[in-house]
Write a protein of this length. Structure first.
Length: 163
């Protein structure tokens, strides 16, 4: 799992049987305890294999190729029945396994693994530590207007010394 992202609330998914390639967002409804990529712990819940049923924002991917009619296709009613490709070494408090970028879901209308992850849902946020760890020469090439070495010069404090 060292190079795979954990799937979190708001991850984007798609179905390979959608007539128009419409996307939907995953909603984590089975746990409220484990967060990733969320400093305050209020938005990015970790998705697990327990996200079964109607766990998408819109619960549809548009029209479904697996449901043809005489002139068109019936609308998709996305219902996840199971997940595959999850990270098996960790079990969260809801007894679910963590979903990764490689995870795929099965819908009763489609075939196994017909729903796949498009975007993991995590967002990179800069912190003070990022600036402390950056190579100053590299940063100056990317952003020549800011010298990070000036940001972290420690100024001497003269507490208790009278001049």
């Amino acid at each position: 799992m060292s190079e795979k992202h954990v799937i979190v609330q708001g991850a984007t998914v798609k179905c390979k049987f959608s007539v128009e390639p419409k996307l939907d967002k995953l909603e984590v409804k089975t746990q409220k305890k484990h967060y990733a990529n969320d400093k305050e712990g209020t938005e990015k819940l970790i998705a697990t294999t327990k996200e079964i049923g109607q766990t998408l924002e819109k619960n549809t991917f548009g029209k479904c190729k697996k449901q043809p009619t005489w002139s068109d296709y019936l609308p998709c009613k996305a219902v996840i029945t199971e997940w595959s490709g999850f990270y098996e070494k960790v079990t969260l408090s809801n007894q679910g396994k963590i979903l990764t970028e490689d995870s795929k879901a099965t819908c009763p209308m489609g075939a196994p693994d017909c729903i796949e992850i498009v975007n993991h849902g995590q967002i990179a946020k800069l912190s003070e530590q990022n600036f402390k760890n950056i190579d100053p020469m590299l940063h100056n090439q990317i952003n020549p207007l800011v010298d990070v070495r000036q940001m972290y010069k420690v100024e001497a404090k003269h507490d208790g010394i009278d001049f």
